[in-house]
Each structure stands twice: as structure tokens, then as C-alpha cells.
Design a binder for this molecule. Sequence first.
Ligand code: ATP
Ligand code: MG
Length: 537
Amino acid sequence: MPASADSLPLDSLRFDNRFVRELPGDPEPDNFRRQVYAACYSKVTPSRVKNPRLVAYAADLAEELGIAEEVCRSDDFCQVFAGNRLADGMEPFAMGYGGHQFGHWAGQLGDGRAINLGEVICPDGSRQTLQLKGAGLTPYSRSADGLAVLRSSIREFLCSEAMHHLGVPTTRALSVVLTGETVVRDMFYDGNPQLEPGAIVCRVAPSFVRFGNFQLFTARDDLESLKALVDYTIRNDFPELGEPCTAVYLQWFAEVCRKTADMVVHWQRVGFVHGVMNTDNMSILGLTIDYGPYGWLENYDPDWTPNTTDAQGRRYRYGNQPKIAYWNLVQLANALYPLVKRAEGLQQALQSFTDTFDRQWQATLAAKLGLSAFDADAGDEALTHRVLKLLQNAETDMTLFFRQLADVDIAGSADEQANAEFIELLQRNSYETLSEAVVEMAERWFGDYRKRLLSDGLPQSERREIMNRVNPKYVLRNYLAQQAIDLAEQGDFSLVWELLDLLRAPYAEQPERDRFAAKRPDWAKERAGCSMLSCSS
Ligand SMILES: Nc1ncnc2c1ncn2[C@@H]1O[C@H](COP(=O)(O)OP(=O)(O)OP(=O)(O)O)[C@@H](O)[C@H]1O
Ligand SMILES: [Mg+2]
């Protein structure tokens, strides 16, 4: 429908809400907490908030959606993305899903504080669903309040956009608004509840369906709804696979396995630790979803997890992410089994996770080291394994190390000079003084690396280019996000904007912003929010 002359600008967005139109919905119109059966969603309106105030928006994403920059600055934008006004064509709803949390089946979870507004048809013809996070109670809110706080909303907003520009598959974030209301949170669950500013993020993705959406139906023996959602997902999100049938179900599952593997390879590449890889936080499109207690590796440590809630078992530590992704896919396979009834086919599809992950991770490591390709015969398995061990033992900053390694002149300098340059690089980027044993280990590795590069024969400039395409200079360091939050809580959003802008070009040299590519300062080592996060958000 064309917008009339006096309608507000967001009313001219085009919505086509297939999810609510084509899938079974909850017939109960009232919004109260309950178990919802035989439905993919419940219609629910975002809560009104007192005094919405814009914190930041992603102008490039707005443009992709067909929202002009001046509209982003309008009061209407703030009202709509705070949930106070529905633009024409929006039909808000919350989705039902279940999930395995920390390895245990948790039953119905669902969008307890996320509310989908509708599916926009973008100017380029693609579709994106808009979703508010923190917009109030839904039938799936269980015992919680449906809200979100400013610190977690800024973390979600900045990291979604940073990951997108790093080339990591992810949901995106259009805006953060303050609600003008306060929210009570006990950040470390230690009996110290505080009042915090409430906020709402608008997330954007082609679909927000998770593994848990399918799992919930199977857990309830509701094969009809399971089939409806699987067929819907294949038709709308994987149309290239053709009309749904048993063979297509298997191809689809294999594709989900490949997409998930691809996502995790990217996480490992950039040093991202998700923190809560429950099956309700796994997107069916292989997008990173739910930026909660995530973190970025500083010193390379495969055992590190930012999530204090997971400190005991460290289930979701960096080095375990590929295994957990696989475990989650096995749960999805179990959920699909009643529909597919081919255990062997599902097994084979699962193998495509391992194959894709192994192949892509090897290629990624080769590129991170500036090799033209991963060559097992040239000893690359050991070479890549050893460099990671070295970084772990030396407690070296992963991002800085790989980025600066591209600048070591391999062919142009004598052995000793290159060697000294390398040890200096390692020390400069390590959080501890290198021991003699580590220096020795480093010299041995570097000698072999240098030989490998010389036989590979790529010119230095080409090698540097390969490396700088996969080794970012800037990531959303844990302490940088926290500094932006500290200022924002004082009403100063400038660092949110600056980081957003910085992270739009994470692979480019931005010399005037070198301070954002610095090692974690000492004050941030034990500071809450910088290295320790809980699920409280
Ligand atoms: N403050 C809250 N109010 C209502 N429900 C909540 C709240 N926090 C979390 N939940 C719900 O608890 C479950 C698990 O929470 P989890 O921390 O994985 O998700 P989340 O951060 O709310 O959101 P998402 O996965 O949508 O990014 C989900 O069903 C979620 O909606
Ligand atoms: Mg979640």
C-alpha cells in the first residue's frame, strides 16, 4: 500500500508476514505466561515504555532495509523501535521454542523477551525479519520480566555489527534505544540486585528460527507442527533445495550442518567465544544469535570462557565450540528423526559438519599464516598445531599476533634478524614475560615456519594480503565494549558510535585509531564485564 501524504516514514516499509500467515498460531489472544501447544507463535504486542531515547543505529543496515538516515534520527524511529508504535503492516508475535541448556533438556523456552515485528521486503527484494529484544512480557517469559538492560543491549548491538563486518554469519542489529525505565538485575546472582537502565535492541535476520523450535514439537510428539515448520523453512529459507520430501529433508539437514560448521570456523578464526551455545541459541540459518555472555580471546587460551555461569564445567569454552556445535546438531537430528525416519541419512549429513569444519579450518589456519594453501604433505598439520600451542604457552594476544605476523619480513632479512624480530613481536603481544623454554619453542617454530614460507614462495606483499584478509586488526575487545557501556550509562554515547564506525572496517589500517588495537590493559583483567560475564542481561 502506498503511504499517504501525512503518514509517518516507517509506514512506507513493505511488510509481508509469511510466518504468521502460513504457520499454525496460538489461538489464545491474551498475553499471560503459559505452555503453548501446536503453534509456532503467539501474537503479542510490545509493552509501552515511558520515555524512549535513541542510543545508536546502524545506518548501513537501515539503508539496506529502505530506511533513510533522516528517518533513523526521527522521533518515529525511536517510538517504533522502542515498541511504542506499530508501523503499518507490522504484526508482532513471539515464537515458541524449546532447547537443551548446558546439556539438559529444558522444555518450553520461547521468545520470553523477543518480539518479532514483521518481515520487511527490502528495496533489493530480499526479506528481513525485524525483532525487538527486551520489549516486554510474552507467553514465553516464564518467571522473568521480558526486559533487557543497557549494558547487554549495547554489547549485543555492537557485536552483531562487528561480526557482520568481520564476515561472520550473524543476526544484525539496527538500533538500541533506552526505554526511560529501570530494570532490576542481580548481575552476578550474588544477592546484590541493582536498578539498571532498560533498553531495547532491534535485531534483523532473514529468520530467527532456532534448533529449539523443531525440538519442542518433537518433544511433545507433535509431528504435524514439526512438519509444517520444516516444510515452511525449506520453502522459504532454502528454496534452492526444491519441494520438501524425505530426500530433501536430508539435504536440508546436511546444509544446516555445513552452515553451522562455516559459522564456527569463523568464530574460531576471529577468536569469538559465544558463551551460551544452548540449542535454543543455534540459528537454523547458521547465524550467530544471542549475544549474551560472549567474549573475545585476548591471550590465546582454548580453555577460556567469558561466562561465569559456565565457569565450573567450561562446556562453552573457545576450544570446545566445534564439538558443541556438533552435539547441538545431533539434538537437531534427533528432533528431525520422526519426520525423516532415516538414521543413516541423518548420520551421513552429520558427517558433512565434520568434513566442512575440518577442511575450512585447515584452509583458514593456512591463510592466517599466509600460506597459499594448507598442505598436509608439507607438515602443515604440525605447523598450525604448534603455533597455537606456542600462543597458549606464551599467553599471547591472538588478534595482535596474527595481524603483526604479516609484517615480519621473511625473505628480505637474514635468519637471525628475522628471528629476533619474531621473538620481539611475540613478547610485545604477550601478557607475561616469555620464559626461556617458550623462547626456544618460539625459535624452533619460527625456523620451520620461515622454511615453509620460503618453499611456498609467495611474495611478501601477497602473503601479507592473504593474511590481512582473515586476520582483523580491530575486534570488539571486551574492555572496549565495557568502556562504551560505562560512558553510555552516564549518558554519553560517543564511544558506542565510534566503535560502531571503527568496526565497520576491521581489516583496514585506521592509524588514527591505533589505540583500539591495543592489548587488554591491566585494570581490565579482573573487571566485571571485561573478562567475566554472567547470563544476567
Ligand atoms: N529477562 C527475560 N525475560 C523473559 N524471558 C527471558 C529473559 N531473559 C531470558 N529469557 C528467556 O530465557 C530463555 C533463555 O535465555 P537466553 O539467555 O538464551 O536468551 P535471551 O538472551 O533472552 O535471548 P535470545 O536468545 O533471543 O537472544 C529464552 O527463552 C529467553 O527468552
Ligand atoms: Mg537465548
